[in-house]
Design a protein around this ligand. Structure first.
Ligand code: DGL
Length: 284
């Protein structure tokens, strides 16, 4: 028997629950621990330095919970903090641990969707400004042209449940038009944000049916499954009792309530407090 070691899944808030849901469906045997930084969400509008600082704190906390593998389910954290964590923090802290993101797995399969080689990306302001999708797609597929558009209204529309009405649809249509106006040959659109899959049914109303909408949750889950096969040295450290634990940096009651939207079932989360630049578990 080896020490309990769950796979850590981190997000700025609730959104990463959509990613965890798909991962758990694909790989139910592993133990998981989810951390949502709800006290400091959203990350999408914050600077590089801030997102890096917050994400690093979360990663350290998850390492302290004995995670050997962490998935940054948040696109904003993946685009702004992942590279620095992988290249600068991990080699110094513990080169045997791994932190993975959601952008690379999505980019890896984009060639399976586009025929015109013109791809649209929607995300938070932070993700779009970081140019991460453009950089990563250009590295793997230099013949693909990437068009981006930030949708700052979409996360609040999901969180306040204001998308199934005329007002919500107005913003969704406006942003989709802004992207599609950039090039009439865009044939695939990446939804590069944890929240956007929940808007899929509305997005489809405003997009011609021949344009493919790429949601990343299953893609990330499949990529993780393949990663674990390719890396038995990491896989064997991940314990397999099928357990699930949820932590939030804000009110657990709110978190549990919102989990219905993002995870499809009510959960029981625990609060961790943020103090003196470190998270600790509330004991009283
Ligand atoms: N989780 C974030 C993302 O995927 C969206 C919410 C936020 O801005 O914090 O980019």
């Amino acid at each position: 028997m080896h020490e309990f070691s769950p796979i850590g899944v981190f997000d700025s808030g609730y959104g990463g629950l959509t990613v965890l849901k798909a991962i758990r469906q694909k790989l139910p045997q592993y133990d998981y621990i989810y951390l949502g930084d709800n006290a400091r969400t959203p990350y999408g509008t914050r600077s590089y330095e801030t997102v890096l600082e917050y994400t690093l704190e979360a990663v350290k906390w998850l390492f302290n919970q004995n995670c050997h593998l962490i998935i940054l389910a948040c696109n904003t954290a993946s685009s702004k903090a992942l590279r620095t964590i992988q290249q600068e923090y991990l080699p110094r802290f513990d080169p045997s641990r791994r932190v993975l993101g959601v952008i690379r797995p999505t980019v890896e399969v984009i060639n399976q969707f586009t025929k015109t080689k013109k791809v649209g990306v929607l995300g938070t302001i932070g993700t779009i400004k970081s140019n991460s999708y453009v950089i990563e797609i250009n590295k793997l597929y230099p013949d693909i042209k990437v068009y981006q558009h930030a949708c700052p209204m979409w996360v609040p529309l999901v969180e306040y449940n204001e998308f199934n009405n005329i007002g919500g649809e107005y913003f969704i249509q406006k942003d989709l038009n802004a992207l599609l106006e950039k090039d009439k040959d865009i044939d695939s659109i990446i939804l590069g944000c944890t929240h956007y899959p929940l808007l899929l049914h509305i997005i489809k109303k405003f997009i011609p049916p021949e344009i493919k909408i790429i949601t990343q949750n299953e893609i990330v889950a499949n990529s993780l499954a393949e990663y674990l096969i390719r890396h038995p040295e990491i896989e064997k450290k991940c314990t397999k009792n099928g357990t699930l634990k949820f932590y939030t940096t804000d009110d657990p009651n709110d978190f549990d309530e919102k989990s219905l939207i993002f995870f499809g079932q009510k959960i029981n989360s625990e609060k961790i407090l943020y103090k003196n630049k470190f998270f600790y578990k509330k004991t009283i």
